[in-house]
Design a protein around this ligand. Structure first.
Ligand code: ARG
Length: 458
């Protein structure tokens, strides 16, 4: 039996039931739905629509239902179409006739909007904390490999030497922006839709501000139609997660490269790699590939919701029920990737000699020679041209740039620039990749990380 039996002569067909039931997945919302219902009951009491005794009984009964869910003893009934109806049905069974008053001045439309906001608000904080755990891992790995460096790449061609810490911090900065984005979203979405009813509010004397404040929202909705139909916060969350996924994917791709025999800059721990069912020698970085691979799914979930929303007339349409599975899926998947990637980084051995040798490729010194010429008063474009000719000679003759420089009349005095590690140390402008600049960057990063941790918890 559904709760709207009065108007209907025959029960819902099996086919429609299978299409429309959502309890199988939205039961994940039970705790937030119960919290919303308890606030709603209190709002009815304040409005004089429930007596003190009735309200106390309903709040206590809802608590019993919550315990049933917590303990896994909640038994769905055949008519429990979604988590909202399941909870109301069970609370009514337990509380008796007063149960029939729970849904006064409320619709599942404002109810589900409220429940999903409460759920998403918590999820955003939890996700932010997870992202920060990965940032912690990056910071740790940087500290553990103090002084290690590698070639930095543009176009995947060796460009200039960079400290490993500088490289890992680059990812940390993008993850910190992700956390900012999650928290901005959390602040923007913190508006209560409860009290909007089905679409147009109610003739009963409720005050949505009362329930808004009980539920920790900053304010109540201003427009009942917007309140019940807005899913921007879900779309934003899916975008935030998709962008995190894109960042994790880029990190994953890099680990795949670093751990290949061709680069050999790093290896992951045995506990974060997999073997091959056929090839005995294989040690695969599946963790990094899955970090890369999951991004497709996360972008897909965002796309799915945006397409669902795009043609909807105001206000609530059942299409909106399709908001939940992409949201749950994206949150669950990104969480797994974040945890596994943090573990993978922590398990990583960085091959500092291999990476340093690659970074000491003498072609990477070309820019330092040009900059030395600039210091001596030559215009940069002319300096670039002069060093470019030396590089061309070296490549044509099949000798090193150092050789060509040593043999030349005008550049021979710059042999010191080829000393291993010199090009790295020379990157000392603010924000640059060398050790002197890193000191300030590390300070800024630690400050920003600490602030993000405080905000996530607040
Ligand atoms: N399960 C529904 C959803 O997730 C709840 C709202 C249903 N409202 C309605 N009028 N059919 O959107």
């Amino acid at each position: 039996m559904t709760l709207w039996g009065g108007r209907f002569d025959s029960p819902m067909s099996r086919a429609l039931w299978d299409l429309s039931e959502s309890f199988s997945f939205d039961r994940a919302l039970y705790a937030h739905d119960i919290r919303g219902s308890q606030a709603h009951v209190e709002g009815l009491r304040v409005a004089g629509l429930l007596s003190d005794e009735e309200a106390a009984l309903l709040v206590e009964t809802l608590e019993v239902v919550r315990r049933e869910f917590d303990e896994g003893t909640f038994t769905p009934a055949p008519g429990d179409e979604d988590v909202h109806m399941a909870i109301e049905r069970r609370a009514t069974e337990l509380a008796g006739p007063v149960g029939a008053k729970i849904h006064t001045s409320r619709s599942r439309n404002d109810q589900v909007a409220t429940t999903l906001r409460l759920f998403t608000r918590d999820a955003l904080g939890a996700l932010g904390a997870r992202v920060l755990e990965l940032v912690d891992a990056l910071v740790e790995v940087a500290a553990r490999n103090d002084g290690a460096y590698l070639p930095g790449y543009t176009h995947l061609q060796r460009a200039q030497p960079v400290l490993l810490a500088h490289h890992l911090y680059a990812h940390a900065w993008s993850l910190l922006r992700d956390v900012d984005r999650l928290l901005d979203n959390r602040a923007r979405m913190n508006v209560s839709p409860l009290g909007a009813g089905a679409i147009a509010g109610t003739s009963l004397a409720i005050d949505p501000a009362v329930t808004a404040s009980l539920l920790g929202f900053d304010e109540a909705f201003a427009n009942s139609m917007d309140a019940v139909s807005d899913r921007d916060f879900v779309a934003e969350t899916l975008f935030d997660v998709a962008l995190i996924g894109v960042h994790l994917s880029r990190m994953g791709e890099e680990l795949v490269l670093w751990t290949s025999a061709e680069f050999n800059f790093a290896s992951l721990g045995d506990d974060f790699t997999t073997g091959s069912s056929m090839l005995p020698q294989k040690k695969n970085s599946d963790v990094a590939e899955l970090a890369r691979g999951k991004a497709g799914r996360l972008v897909g979930n965002l796309t799915a919701l945006l397409v669902t929303l795009k043609g909807l007339p105001l206000t609530y349409n059942r299409d909106l029920q399709e908001d939940k599975e992409p949201l749950f899926d994206s949150l669950a998947q990104v969480d797994r990737v974040l945890v596994a990637l943090a573990g993978a980084y922590r398990s990583m051995s960085f091959h500092r000699d291999v990476a340093a040798a690659a970074a000491n490729d003498d072609l990477l010194v070309a820019i330092d020679i040009a900059e030395r010429l600039v210091e001596e008063g030559i215009a940069f474009r002319n300096a670039h041209e002069r060093v470019g000719r030396a590089v061309g000679d070296a490549v044509r003759r099949g000798v090193s740039l150092a050789t060509v420089v040593a043999e030349s009349d005008d550049l021979a005095g710059y042999a010191d620039l080829f000393a291993p590690g010199h090009a790295l140390a020379a990157r000392r402008s603010p924000g640059a990749s060398g050790p002197a600049a890193l000191v300030d960057q590390r300070r800024r990063l630690e400050k920003r990380l600490a602030a993000a941790k405080r905000r996530v918890l607040s």
